[in-house]
Design a protein around this ligand. Structure first.
Ligand code: MSP
Length: 533
């Protein structure tokens, strides 16, 4: 199975903050989950550079535009690298490969008769990089998302895209593919936007008025509208316009992950653009001639910072690299997806991070591993207790702990949740599920008291401790997508090499009994040291 996942490409007028980090980490988690299950995975992120915002920011910094763009793109790419994000490619819209893709795409749309010239006068918000109708503005005629920015009044003759011609097809698409947009509340939002809005709109600007952008093929006096160019990045990175075979391998994308602020572009404009181009480009057609559309768009919510909107003027914008100095980054990743239902809005709150760090991570996960390893080493000669793998665990049925099947069920749930991007529910099940979970494993220690039991029933103690260790091994793999470093630490503390992932099939990895009875257990280390230590 192939899996192609993308993040939005980010504007470079500023460096990454925790909003963009949230999206990028979510995509990283899903990419890792797919790699873990053996899918051939391609994870794309990048930068959206042909924007008026870049020009303004470059001017402000006193730098030449190209120099500014190169510096900023490097900051974005390096930030993700430093944070351990496992992207496979980083696309910049100023790259040659992207220009080739845009050129091919524009020509296909033009050939379909969906591009025409028109003169108009409208308000433009550089913050949104979007035209605004009167009904979209606040009472004081300002953009609700960027009330501090003056709107530009644009009076030009530009090229227009016949979006309206695709209104019915788009609505039909929503009807036929209920999963096209997730979560469902976003589908409803977009459906009403398409029904009531979605008119033709300008897809170019006069070159003399904007200092950036890709020239319209055949008309150097016009530059392509930034969103029309940006969306095509998802194709240019996988060879559209440069490498047909590569493109056939990866396209269509399986998931475009976006924030709720940009669904209009991804869920309506983008499919309409593809429907149009596909009419005249066989590469964009399925065998039956239908357009090759992305499989799904998932829109997550926005979060506030300690209850307030994140904004430069409030001074509460958080740099992810700074944050990663305060807490282990895996703990932040855990917090993001345990605290906020994926798809909902949420709040970033340091006190809650500290609470979750202490209770969920240190006390529940870290402690369990530490106790299991320490007791096994103490009572079983520094080794994983010797138990017979066939007979075990059923004998523990007098406790609230389920049996091997409960762990298998947990795996199925976790797998399904990752597949449907419900990262929050995967974590909830691992920590708090029924039958087998971290909470129940801790309860098993309290109920069976291995430190007393060892004197009365060493055989049962061996069984309890093996169960705990083997459950920790399973959990390590379940949480690997969310906490890759912690996962590797757990595996090492169990005496195994995390690289076994490369030689082991997913089905074998999650089979009960992967921890060999009698194998050596190294000296344990504290998984989650006290914060500040
Ligand atoms: N360049 C366009 C996207 C083009 S994709 C073809 C763009 N860029 S952006 O830099 O403004 O990034 C927007 C994205 O950043 C949002 O969709 C969301 O994924 C993320 N976030 C920005 N602020 C955020 C929060 N406060 N909370 C969560 N996500 C946030 O739009």
């Amino acid at each position: 199975m192939k899996y192609y996942i993308t993040t939005p490409i980010y504007y470079v007028n500023d460096k990454p903050h925790i909003g963009s980090t949230y999206t990028t980490v979510a995509a990283d988690i899903l990419a890792r989950a797919h790699r873990l299950r053996g899918d051939n995975t391609f994870f794309l992120t990048g930068t959206d550079e042909n924007s008026q915002k870049s020009v303004v920011a470059a001017e402000k910094s006193g730098k030449n535009l190209d120099v500014y763009l190169n510096e900023m793109a490097a900051i974005w790419e390096n930030t993700w690298k430093e944070l351990g994000v496992s992207f496979d490619d980083f696309i910049r819209t100023t790259e040659e490969r992207h220009h080739k893709a845009v050129d091919r795409f524009w020509k296909a749309v033009e050939k379909s008769g969906d591009i025409y010239k028109d003169t108009y006068e409208r308000h433009y918000c550089v913050g949104c990089e979007d035209f605004k109708t009167d009904s979209e503005l606040n009472k004081d005629d300002r953009c609700p998302l960027h009330p501090n920015k003056d709107l530009d009044l644009v009076q030009e003759e530009n090229y227009f895209f016949k979006a309206s011609a695709y209104k019915d097809d788009i609505l039909q698409l929503f009807h036929n593919h209920q999963n096209f947009i997730q979560p469902p509340k976003r589908l409803n939002e977009i459906r009403s936007y398409v029904k009531n809005g979605f008119a033709d709109f300008s897809i170019s600007r006069e070159a003399k008025k904007v200092t950036c952008g890709i020239p319209v093929p055949g008309d150097d006096s016009q530059r392509i509208y930034v969103w029309f160019d940006a969306l095509i990045n998802y194709m240019s990175a996988v060879g559209y316009g440069t490498d047909d075979e590569l493109f056939k391998k990866w396209w269509p994308a399986n998931l475009h992950l976006v924030g709720k602020d940009i669904i209009k572009f991804h869920c309506a404009l983008w499919p309409a653009m593809i429907m149009s181009a596909a009419k005249n480009d066989p590469l964009l057609q399925n065998d039956d001639g239908s357009p090759k559309l992305p499989e799904q768009i998932f829109a997550h919510g926005f979060f506030t910072i300690e209850g307030q909107k994140m904004s430069k003027s409030l001074g509460n914008v958080i740099d992810p690299l700074e944050l990663a100095k305060e807490y282990p980054f895996d703990a932040i990743r855990y917090f993001f997806f345990r605290e906020i239902g994926f798809g909902n809005d949420g709040n970033f709150d340091r006190a809650r991070i500290a609470e979750r760090y202490q209770s969920d991570l240190a006390n529940t996960l870290g402690n369990l591993l530490n106790r299991a390893v320490n007791m096994s080493r103490k009572y079983f000669d520094g080794k994983v207790p010797l138990v017979s793998l066939d007979s075990q665990i059923h004998k523990l049925s007098d406790s609230s702990w389920g049996d091997v099947e409960a762990v298998e069920t947990l795996w199925q749930q976790v797998d399904e949740y990752y597949k449907t991007a419900r990262i929050d529910l995967a974590l909830e099940a691992i920590w708090n599920g029924e039958g087998a979970s971290l909470i129940l494993a801790n309860r098993l220690v309290e109920e069976t008291k291995p430190f007393k039991l060892i004197k009365e029933d060493p055989e049962k103690t061996a069984l309890v401790l093996y169960t705990l260790l083997e459950f920790c091994r399973n959990v390590a793999w379940m949480i690997e997508p969310v906490m890759p470093k912690i996962s590797a630490d757990i595996i090492k503390q169990l005496g195994q090499n995390p690289n076994i992932i490369h030689q082991t099939k997913f089905t074998d990895l999650k089979k009960w009994g992967g921890l060999e009875p009698g194998s050596d257990l190294p000296e344990p280390k504290i998984l989650f040291p006290r914060l500040g230590e």
